[in-house]
Unconditional design. Structure first.
Length: 216
């Protein structure tokens, strides 16, 4: 059965960190790798899309303890866990969809998202990425570490399966439901370029996970 995104993650809060780190191939490599790509300047302003419990922040705050992080996530329990992890750090946490939160202009030195955006289509992502590009300072970068598929046919199959499940369960609302529908790396890079990022590159890959950097 499909579950609403916020309910899915909050119901698994007790096991979330362990699952992410131990059930996803090479997670103990790509979380610190991602953190190492974020700015080290004191007071750096970083936006975290789908921040969850802040796994990558465990490594990032060791590298830059004075960073100011704005985290957006749908799941209130996840945000409570994140706040409890880092009571001494500068966090602004927003419980909402990152598709709806105003991001402003030139507010952030960098943005990051880890294992969150693989639930959405290219068409859904381009407007988000456009707003994200505007929210970064010139030369700022978006670090995306996520789950990808190897072929467009697999994208289409998974999207079709999600639509079938929605029909079978009579789901007609516009809420987000948890189901993985990742893009290929090439299609993700197309979306980032369409949003206005001037340079998009692959910096690392592990099994089905890859890290991309998109620079404004």
């Amino acid at each position: 059965m499909l579950e609403r995104m916020d309910e899915f993650f909050d119901s698994r809060l007790a096991i979330y960190d362990e699952h992410q780190l131990d059930a996803i191939a090479s997670a103990r490599d790509f979380y610190p790798f991602t953190a190492g790509l974020l700015p080290r300047e004191p007071g750096a302003r970083v936006l975290d899309l789908g921040c969850g419990t802040g796994l990558e922040l465990e490594w990032y705050f060791q590298l830059n303890p004075t960073a100011r992080v704005t985290g957006i996530d749908l799941a209130p329990g996840m945000l409570n866990a994140l706040r409890a992890k880092f009571p001494e750090h500068n966090l602004e946490l927003i419980c909402d969809s990152y598709f709806d939160v105003p991001l402003g202009a030139q507010r952030f030195d960098a943005a990051v998202s880890v294992e969150s955006l693989h639930h959405f289509t290219q068409a859904e992502k381009i407007p988000l990425y456009t707003r994200l590009c505007t929210a970064l300072v010139p030369g700022g970068s978006f670090i995306l570490t996520d789950y990808f598929v190897s072929a467009g046919a697999e994208e289409a199959r998974l999207r079709g399966e999600l639509e079938r499940l929605r029909r079978e369960q009579g789901i007609e609302d516009e809420e987000f439901y948890h189901f993985d529908t990742p893009l290929t790396v090439a299609h993700e890079m197309e979306a980032l370029r369409a949003a206005g990022f001037t340079q998009v590159e692959v910096l690392g890959s592990w099994a089905s996970t890859a890290t991309l950097r998109a620079t404004r």
